[in-house]
Design a binder for this molecule. Structure first.
Ligand code: PMP
Length: 427
């Protein structure tokens, strides 16, 4: 050694056993649940392979089924005009944007899509990201810092919660749609923080209900906080022309600070957007890590979303048909004795079942009878609130809905009669 002293002795290594992926507790839970399903001879309802385009019908194992498991709310995914736009973009640009728009430059379709989204939702500007989930995680995580505060609805999507965690801000959850409680929290805590964000959704994807947006806007005013609305499920669904919850509630879109949405549902692509003031969008465009350090949206996806907006703006009757379908589903289900919880009769309705195993079993029975509707089980919802979830599209006919409700009611009643009462938790 250079000082001519004693050579450094190698430090003793403390032996540790490398963790085994196979022993991770979450994985063990999944295996236990699968073993129980196997005992009941119920097929795994998750990761099924669907062929072709999912709309009012879908194809599984060569069978055509009535489909209530897609977010293709207005039937735009697979619409000839949308597919043609994507194909033309592939021919012109190739598939990938290859790098961040900041360094590698953007394509005309990026700018056009952002202009169109901003125009459609009634905001000054918009910015698109490559994933809806990553939009919430990245934007909330970036906008708030450890001394800030976020208040979010207890039924908020995972991406909102993950963004809140990433930010390091103080997190407070208020009971679902309980704005009295939200106001209490705001009154008690808002003054003590620099930035305060209230995050809600336009249409909740578990219960199919909506918040009182006018009240949320009044609280935003009163307490001087930012209001963010996730319109993943409400864009194209709420409001007479599908502009979302602001249109539905008769609220000025400028009274919401951050509009967030996804391109994966009504807009038949993939990715997320933020729409709001020019300052918000400029801030994110130059500083949000999930935008700056991530690839730009693939041009064919952007082109498909633009074409989807074209069809949506031209054919608002699709929105009206979806609304009529949502209301019909709820009305028929109630008449058949099914419990649709708090569904407001938009594109999403649960049918309450009561425990995870029954939900998985019922979904399997429906599948055998030609209806695809997925079970939602613990931990996505509390165990006693396990349910089937029906997503409507504007493409469903009255007969499709009536048939699905009739089959569901029959199978639900048969299950109750059989006294099928095994609890997933007990397995
Ligand atoms: N927000 C909400 C409310 C969602 O339901 C979802 C996904 N279903 C997302 C964000 C994430 O969007 P994406 O699937 O497009 O990544």
């Amino acid at each position: 050694d250079e000082d001519g002293g004693e050579p450094a002795r190698p430090r003793p290594v403390l032996r540790r056993k490398r963790n085994s992926f196979a022993d991770l507790p979450e994985l063990k839970d999944i295996h236990t649940q699968r073993a129980v399903a196997d005992l009941l001879k119920v097929e795994n309802p998750f990761f099924r392979v669907h062929d072709g385009r999912a709309g009012a019908r879908t194809e599984i194992d060569g069978r055509s089924l009535l489909n209530f498991g897609s977010y293709n709310y207005l039937g735009l995914n697979g619409h000839p005009e949308v597919s043609a736009a994507a194909k033309a973009a592939v021919d012109h640009y190739g598939v990938s944007a290859s790098a961040s728009r900041l360094v590698a430059g953007e394509r005309p379709v990026h700018r056009e899509l952002e202009r169109r989204i901003a125009g459609f939702v009634g905001a000054e500007a918009a910015l698109v990201f490559v994933s809806g989930h990553a939009t919430n995680v990245g934007v909330i995580g970036h906008l708030l810092r450890p001394n800030d505060l976020i208040l979010y609805d207890s039924l908020s999507h995972n991406s909102i919660v993950m963004g809140a965690q990433l930010s390091g801000a103080t997190r407070r959850m208020f009971p679902h749609n309980d704005f009295d409680k939200l106001e209490e929290l705001l009154a008690a805590h808002a003054h003590a923080h620099d930035r305060v964000l209230v995050a809600i959704e336009g249409l909740y994807s578990m219960d199919g209900d909506i918040p009182d947006l006018a009240r949320a806007v009044a609280l935003r005013e009163r307490y001087g906080v930012w209001l963010m609305v996730d319109e993943a499920h409400s864009l194209g669904v709420l409001g007479k022309t599908g502009r979302g919850i602001a249109e539905e509630a008769g609220v000025d879109p400028h009274d919401v600070d951050i509009w967030m949405g996804t391109l994966s549902k009504t807009l038949s692509g993939c990715g997320g957007y933020i729409a709001g003031s020019g300052a918000l969008v400029e801030f994110l465009k130059f500083t949000a890590p999930g935008f700056v350090y991530s690839v730009g949206m693939p041009p064919p996806v952007a082109a498909a979303a633009i074409a989807s907006l074209d069809v949506l703006e031209r054919e608002p009757e699709r929105v009206a048909k979806l609304r009529a379908n949502g209301l019909r589903f709820v009305e028929k289900a109630k008449a058949a004795g099914l419990d649709v919880g708090d569904s407001a009769g938009f594109a999403i309705s649960p049918v309450m079942v009561g425990d995870s195993l029954r939900a998985v079993y019922l979904a399997d029975r429906l599948l055998q009878r030609g209806v695809n509707a997925l079970p939602i089980v613990h931990p996505a919802v509390p165990e006693r609130a396990a349910r089937l979830r029906f997503f409507l599209t504007s493409e469903h006919s009255d007969a499709d809905i009536d048939e699905a409700v009739a089959i569901t009611a029959e199978e639900h009643a048969a299950l109750a009669k059989a006294g099928f009462g095994v609890k997933m938790a007990a397995a």
